[in-house]
Design a protein around this ligand. Structure first.
Ligand SMILES: [Zn+2]
Length: 414
């Protein structure tokens, strides 16, 4: 049954794509925004619309999480410090993790929604968290990671064909705004030829691609020289030692393209690497809290943005990050890089959408886009209103979340 028009209104509306509107509102028809303006105008123009008014609140675009893992639990996160130790613990605990991954994914998704997230780009082994994302009410993409070691000695042709088939199967019967794509997990877990073929086939079909890239000092060492802790953990992975930076290596095996999002880019990303990122058109997902927890360095995001590399924010998962709150992640980045609030709010919303190639669908409050909104219980002053919004959304201020016009969280009672 088609739903009638709904007006979401609040004391302030910050569309991100334009100036803030006092007593602003969006008109929603069939999940999409059909007008943005003063609530009095919208009410006048569409008198039969259902009105949901949030007094004392501000409407902002929902957060777009450009890189996350849903299937981890906060309470038993491995110790931080060194990436390779953390990864070693993770691998040891994979057998027990199977028992609670689904519940963890449900909880992580819930936490993200309660923090105003409306689009979630998730990566999990063989897309294992897809059911929980699909049921969450958020829109999103699950990037299915594959590990050639699981394929019983099959070659790159068979492995890449198999993961493509797996993803094809997973894409069937999903809600409208949820889909599945391939992730080439990392330069140290997927061999160059399987990486190249999976990426190439994904592009041929018109799918997008995700990967972890230049995340840790250990990865840089493995790719450069084939030595170090990652070579020890993955003793059978003998393709390291390419003599290149991870970014140059990823370019050499054809992973970098406008449809690819590379997560982290935290360790030793040089000016030359940034040049490669800009030239290939690849997008970046910035996860600064995870990078700090695992001692991975600071991604040169301001330099990347100067070169027009598309950047979105990612929380990563609860084993390397304190929360699934993307606004909180963004506030951390704002403080780390000295951004102002406007740059931060853009990164959290339209920046992530552009990085994921869906900037025409979500990320700002504009006519024609999906009605993806967060309602934050605060009305900022005029000094740096966007920064105040990030602070309020970080401090538990999200009172309601609307994805595709549907309230998927509402503790405001409006
Ligand atoms: Zn990750």
């Amino acid at each position: 049954m088609p739903e009638g028009p709904v007006i979401y209104s609040a004391s302030l509306l910050m569309p991100v794509s334009g100036p803030a509107i006092r007593d602003g509102a969006v008109l929603v028809n069939e999940g999409r925004i059909s007008a943005v303006g003063a609530v009095s105008d919208l009410e006048h123009d569409v008198p039969d619309a259902e009105i949901r008014h949030f007094s004392g609140h501000t409407i902002i675009p929902g957060a777009v999480n450009a890189h996350a893992h849903l299937g981890f639990r906060r309470e038993d996160a491995p110790e931080g410090g060194a990436f390779s130790d953390w990864l070693g613990t993770l691998i040891q605990r994979l057998p027990e993790k199977v028992n609670w991954t689904a519940k963890a994914a449900e909880n992580s998704a819930r936490e993200a929604i309660e923090a105003g997230t409306t689009f979630m780009a998730e990566s999990s082994p063989y897309g294992e968290c897809l059911p929980q994302l699909a049921q969450s009410g958020m829109a999103g993409t699950v990037y299915a990671e594959f590990f050639p070691g699981d394929y019983d000695g099959a070659g790159p042709e068979e492995i890449s064909a198999s993961i493509i088939e797996t993803v094809r199967g997973l894409r069937e019967g999903l809600p409208d705004r949820v889909d599945c794509q391939v992730s080439v997990h990392s330069p140290y877990t997927v061999d160059p030829e399987s990486s190249r073929l999976a990426a190439r086939r994904s592009r041929e079909i018109g799918w997008r691609l995700a990967m972890h890239l230049s995340e840790s000092p250990e990865e840089v060492e493995f790719v450069q020289t084939g030595t170090g802790e990652l070579a020890n953990i993955f003793g059978s992975n003998d393709w390291g030692g390419a003599g290149l930076s991870p970014v140059r290596y990823a370019e050499s095996i054809e992973l970098l393209a406008p449809g690819t999002i590379a997560a982290h880019l935290a360790t030793e990303v040089s000016e030359e690497d940034i040049e490669v990122l800009a030239r290939t058109g690849v997008a970046a997902a910035h996860c600064p809290r995870s990078n700090e927890y695992l001692n991975c360095g600071v991604s040169p995001v301001p330099r990347m943005m100067e070169r027009d590399v598309r950047v979105g924010m990612g929380t990563d998962g609860l084993w390397s990050s304190p929360s699934m709150n993307l606004f909180e992640e963004t506030l951390f980045a704002v403080n780390l890089h000295g951004f102002d609030g406007a740059a931060g709010l853009e990164l959290a919303t339209i920046g992530g959408a552009r990085a994921l190639g869906i900037g025409d669908q979500t990320g700002s409050l504009e006519v024609g886009k999906w009605a993806d909104l967060a309602l934050v219980y605060a009305v900022p002053s005029d000094v740096d209103p966007e920064l105040e919004m990030l602070e309020s959304a970080t401090g538990g201020g999200v009172a309601a979340t609307v994805a595709g016009g549907r309230l998927i969280y509402n503790r405001a009672g409006s």
